[in-house]
Design a protein around this ligand. Structure first.
Ligand SMILES: [Zn+2]
Ligand SMILES: [Zn+2]
Length: 237
């Protein structure tokens, strides 16, 4: 049994990432800082506590972009509280939320949030639905989304369905961080993780036979080892 001790941190050339937590079915929470830019990736439950401890209110108000890999609760559980906190603390600058097309969880949270707060909201939320895999730039960071394979049970017998799911590659100061989100072994992740300065690879499948939801430890390591450095995350505890 592998036990990952959080937080995991990496910092090079004004580009850093801190993974506060990544435990399947419980929570994920990731902060990326690139120069003056602050991004949050997969704000699961506990994100406000971790952000407050790490960067404090002023820098939280400075968060410009949120990146969602997919809508499972362990990746979006903190979205409502983050949006509300930014309002209560009177954020003024825009917030963009990038998410995969078809991710009903984010659209539903956003709709409900607008219903409650739209009259008095202190900042503007821009929903950025990702429906292609072209790179784009935000705050001097190049972001390349890529599709991954991640399934969930439908509730009927053993049937599964693909969920809208992405990984992201972030490039800043000629360095890149590749985060696969939740995924089974897939070519897009293999390609994007290769030669990256840091790869964050999930190893959420606790058995040895591969499935189409998560990777086994062996699969995750095979991909991680093609990067200059890597972290294994999302390992069941
Ligand atoms: Zn997960
Ligand atoms: Zn998931």
């Amino acid at each position: 049994m592998v036990h990952i001790k959080y937080p995991l941190s990496w910092n090079k050339n004004d580009f850093s990432i801190k993974i506060f937590c990544s435990i399947p079915n419980i929570a994920t929470g990731i902060l990326i800082r690139a120069g003056k830019a602050n991004f949050v990736v997969d704000p699961g439950d506990g994100i406000l506590r971790d952000l407050n401890k790490e960067i404090g209110v002023e820098e939280i108000l400075n968060i410009s972009d949120v990146f969602i890999t997919h809508g499972h609760h362990d990746h979006v559980g903190g979205v409502w509280s983050l949006l509300t906190y930014l309002h209560v603390m009177r954020k003024k600058s825009n917030l963009s939320i990038h998410y995969p097309e078809g991710c009903v969880e984010i659209e539903s949270i956003h709709n409900a949030f607008q219903q409650v707060y739209s009259q008095s909201l202190s900042y503007k939320i821009i929903l950025e639905k990702i429906d292609n895999h072209r790179s784009f730039r935000t705050r001097n960071v190049t972001v390349t989304p890529f599709p991954v394979i991640h399934k969930e049970m439908t509730g009927e017998g053993n049937k599964t369905r693909q969920v809208p799911a992405l990984g992201y590659k972030f490039t800043f100061n000629k360095l890149n961080i590749c985060y696969g989100g939740d995924t089974a072994y897939c070519d897009t992740l293999v390609k994007n993780a290769k030669n990256s300065d840091l790869a964050i690879i999930e190893a959420g499948h606790d058995e040895h036979t591969p499935d189409d939801m998560h990777m086994t430890m062996k699969e995750a390591k095979t991909i991680g080892e093609t990067a200059k450095e890597y972290f294994l995350v999302h390992v069941p505890e």
